[in-house]
Design a protein around this ligand. Structure first.
Ligand SMILES: CC(=O)SCCNC(=O)CCNC(=O)[C@H](O)C(C)(C)COP(=O)(O)OP(=O)(O)OC[C@H]1O[C@@H](n2cnc3c(N)ncnc32)[C@H](O)[C@@H]1OP(=O)(O)O
Length: 192
């Protein structure tokens, strides 16, 4: 059942938390020293879907460590949240919360686009990966990437892709991503 946040706002997850139970973490290739996992991400940390109440737990501030977020009101956040929640395919925006401070400290998105091709298949994209500065270097980026990479085929993705800058190519290669021959990332920007 939906909870209330401290300011009385409805608190609902973006997707069913049971979907994260589809992740078989024993299948991940990476080594964790010290050992952490999706079920035990570290002291006071909890891996879960984005929730509506994360507006008050610093989710947008966290995203601003990745890129320009803009001045997003609580209503705009809630409207977009409900649009994403209703979307076929789906937005598996996953966060790590410090349950003691009630702050969202890391996030990554698996966005699933449904298709006619590949027998009405679905394509996954990894987007908006960011770990808060004071939490970097604690294997949390790796944990999120391992989780979403393992989740993608479980939610029907026949392929998974991402875009990143040169210095992060080695980081993403460790999760099985590679540059494809004769494929180019092309873009037009209409605004920042
Ligand atoms: C698809 C996208 O969203 S691309 C955008 C990626 N996000 C950003 O650039 C935002 C700013 N940066 C960050 O938030 C973080 O630095 C992240 C997400 C890149 C990495 O998160 P962290 O939690 O600090 O990384 P984590 O501790 O899990 O590191 C795991 C491994 O990757 C390596 N690594 C971490 N950051 C980088 C990097 N920038 N470049 C290359 N390797 C890296 C680490 O050395 C570590 O290697 P090891 O396992 O051999 O020790």
């Amino acid at each position: 059942m939906d909870k209330q946040t401290e300011n009385g706002m409805e608190d609902t997850p973006l997707f069913d938390p049971k979907i994260l139970d589809l992740i078989d973490f024993s299948k991940c290739n990476g080594e964790y020293k010290p050992k952490i996992s999706n079920k035990n991400p570290g002291d006071n940390l909890h891996l879960r879907p984005l929730s509506l109440g994360d507006f008050d737990r610093g989710f947008l501030k966290l995203l601003s460590e990745l890129t320009k977020v803009g001045d997003v009101s609580q209503k705009q956040f809630a409207d977009r949240f409900h649009q994403m929640k209703a979307c076929p395919g789906g937005y598996f925006i996953t966060v790590l919360e410090n349950t003691e401070t009630q702050e969202v400290v890391a996030t990554a998105t698996l966005a699933v686009e449904t298709k006619f091709i590949h027998s009405t298949g679905a394509r996954g994209r990894i987007e908006d990966v960011v770990v808060s500065k004071q939490y970097r270097g604690k294997q949390l980026g790796k944990l999120l990437l391992d989780c979403l990479t393992l989740l993608a085929p479980k939610v029907g993705c026949y392929k998974l892709s991402l875009e990143c800058k040169d210095p992060l190519v080695d980081f993403y290669s460790t999760f099985g991503f590679s540059k494809e021959v004769n494929q180019n990332y092309m873009v037009q920007r209409f605004w920042d």
